[in-house]
Design a protein around this ligand. Structure first.
Ligand SMILES: O=C(O)CCC(=O)N[C@@H](CCC(=O)O)C(=O)O
Ligand SMILES: [Zn+2]
Length: 335
């Protein structure tokens, strides 16, 4: 039943039943593409875990990866030991294999949202689901991993965005991420109203946006390269300590400049197929905008991440990033 939940949600079919049991606990379908799992017994290292996929409809590898993890739970190969909220984000966009239908869902996760439309309604449903879930588990540490794939190749194929918030990112997270094969992390410098930012900002969760390779259609993903990531998700579901790697080996970056598209006459001044994290040197022009003028690299070289000239007016068209230390202090266990 659980493994079918993804397919049934996408086919707009009715599940046979809204609730049921799995080894170690029970599940309940709380809405379209919203599934909650509750363990019979909490494991010692359990956190309240939100896992979201398909916030962008054409990013299919995380959906397949999560499907495999749910199948392992259902088959009893893994055992539920932590409460879990599983979210299939933009259902209509997934059906159409497109990034979004009307607007980018991953910019709408704010409590003062005024926008209307399909994606805005979905953002409201998902924010409510997350609020209810964390309210049910106030005694547990909170975690939200929002799983994506990127539009283009990357010098670091697997990386995370660490959303800006007042709360600190636990040092342990870097070790978990390294153990899961994540190669780089990018710290945001300001509020970004993404889904992972929502859980970090409003609920003080440990939260990241994951970029797990390049966006490809269903059936074309190399899940082998995501095996260690699957093992991290399995450990979170079981409430076990994940396999840790050495977080100090991950490349760290922070956003230096956010480039917005401010006019129709906006262009990026480099080839469309450059990989994420390509470096540009002093004096190189990154973008030209009839309204904002040119964006030129200053004295420090900068790398470009998520360039996209075709975004809506007012939206982010690229991040320019520079190296940073991820861990400010090295704890005694890791030295
Ligand atoms: O590859 C791209 O250009 C976009 C990939 C993507 O969807 N990235 C996320 C990052 C969210 C964040 O900044 O935390 C997005 O743009 O929503
Ligand atoms: Zn995405």
């Amino acid at each position: 039943m659980l493994a079918d939940w993804l397919t049934v949600s996408l086919d707009q079919g009715q599940p046979n039943s809204l609730q049921g049991t799995i080894p170690g606990g029970r599940y309940s379908i709380e809405g379209s593409g919203i599934l909650s799992l509750t363990p019979d017994q909490l494991s010692d290292d359990a956190r309240a875990v939100v896992l979201s996929v398909g916030i962008h409809g054409n990013e299919t590898a995380p959906i397949e990866l999560l499907g495999e993890c749910l199948a392992r739970l259902e088959a009893g190969v893994n055992r539920l030991g932590a409460p879990l909220l599983v979210i299939l984000g933009n259902l209509e966009a997934i059906r159409r294999n497109t990034r979004f239908v009307e607007t980018n869902l991953n910019r709408l996760f704010r409590r003062d949202l005024e926008q209307q439309g399909a994606e805005a309604e979905r953002a409201r449903e998902l924010m409510t689901a997350v609020d209810r879930f964390y309210d049910r588990h106030t005694d547990l540490p909170r975690l939200h991993y929002d799983l994506h794939t990127a539009i283009r190749d990357s010098q670091y194929p697997r990386f995370v965005v660490d959303p800006f918030a007042e709360s600190r990112t636990e040092e342990q997270q870097w070790h978990w991420l390294a153990g899961a094969g994540i190669q780089a992390a990018l710290k945001q410098h300001q509020h970004s109203w993404t889904f992972s930012h929502y859980s970090k900002h409003y609920h003080q969760a440990q939260a990241f946006t994951f970029e797990l390779g390049k966006a490809l259609p269903f059936g074309h993903n190399d899940l082998g390269s995501l095996a260690a990531m699957g093992a991290l998700l399995d450990a979170l579901m079981a409430g076990r300590q994940p396999e840790a790697g050495d977080g100090r080996k991950m490349a760290g970056f922070q956003v230096a400049v956010e480039v917005f598209r401010e006019s129709e006459a906006f262009r990026l001044c480099f080839a469309d197929d450059i990989p994420n994290f390509t470096e540009f040197g002093c004096g190189e022009t990154i973008a030209e905008d009839a309204s904002a003028g040119p964006t030129v690299v200053g004295e420090t070289p900068l790398r470009v991440v998520f360039p996209n000239a075709r975004v809506e007016l007012g939206a982010r068209a690229a991040l320019l990033v520079k190296p940073t230390q991820l861990m400010t202090q090295i704890s005694s266990e890791t030295t």
